[in-house]
Write a protein that binds this ligand. Structure first.
Ligand code: PEP
Length: 249
């Protein structure tokens, strides 16, 4: 039985005041232990977020890392630093990193490997553009994004990854994949994982991301292969985020 994960990706948004509001909203909520909850904040808010949720009821995640452990890389943050602070998750391959910062599959793979090497749980983000969907290339694109990373990992490492399927055309656009569209791609990913190892397919949490909101979360999360959500816009509003968490568990 896979435990759903609802992870809020604040992107380059938020403030200490917002964190405080999340602290009150989530701590005072009736969140069940049937769902894992994570907040993925900008770097400056990681340590305050870890203090706010020092009971570990909410896992804290970073939005990226540099694959090197240390060095003359001004502005970058490494896996050992995140581990040192108590961060649990890190995104790799978010479509904004791929398109705005030029990260290719190789860069993404290095980040996943670095995260695993430093005890972090990578959330590997994959997904096709609208052009690729219209050209019937969803399966090819998405499965190649999975295999480029998974082929380089040891069997035990693969089990420590979470995948988020995020169709690029649905991110921040208000346009959501239908539950059927999302389920179809999740099922394909799970089939591909089964080729590595059948328990990998049954155990791995596959999140959906792309304009998930309180009013569509229920039907997306009801799909058999969708095990949670990576939430952008709606993760900036404590009430909306909580509603999605409730829908998951
Ligand atoms: C995201 O950034 O991962 C995301 C899914 O954003 P949104 O929910 O705003 O589409």
């Amino acid at each position: 039985m896979r435990k759903p994960l609802i992870a809020g990706n604040w992107k380059m948004n938020g403030s200490l005041a917002l964190l405080e509001r999340f602290g009150s909203a989530l701590s005072g909520s009736a969140l069940s232990d049937r769902v894992d909850v994570a907040l993925i904040t900008p770097f400056p808010y990681l340590v305050p977020a870890l203090q706010t949720f020092r009971d570990r009821s909410v896992g804290i995640g970073a939005q990226t890392l540099n694959p090197a452990p240390d060095g003359a890389l001004t502005g970058e943050v490494s896996g050992p630093m995140l581990q040192d602070c108590g961060v649990r998750y890190v995104l790799a391959g978010h479509s904004e990193r791929r398109t705005l910062f030029g990260e290719n599959d190789q860069d993404v793979s290095m980040r996943v490997t670095a995260a695993l090497a430093h005890g972090l749980t990578p959330i590997l983000c994959i997904g096709e553009t609208l052009e690729q969907r219209d050209a019937n290339r969803v399966e090819e694109v998405v499965l190649s994004q999975v295999t480029t990373v998974f082929d380089t990992l040891e069997p035990a490492e693969r089990h420590r990854v979470i995948i988020a399927y995020e169709p690029v055309w649905a991110i921040g656009t208000g346009r959501t994949a239908t539950p059927e569209q999302a389920q179809a791609v999740h099922a394909l990913i799970r089939q591909r994982l089964a080729e590595y190892d059948s328990t990998l397919a049954t155990d791995m949490r596959l999140l959906y991301g792309g304009s998930m909101k309180p009013d569509n979360a229920g039907e997306l999360l009801a799909q058999p292969d969708i095990d949670g959500g990576l939430i952008g816009g709606a993760s900036l509003k404590p009430d909306d985020f909580l509603s999605i968490c409730y829908a998951a568990g």
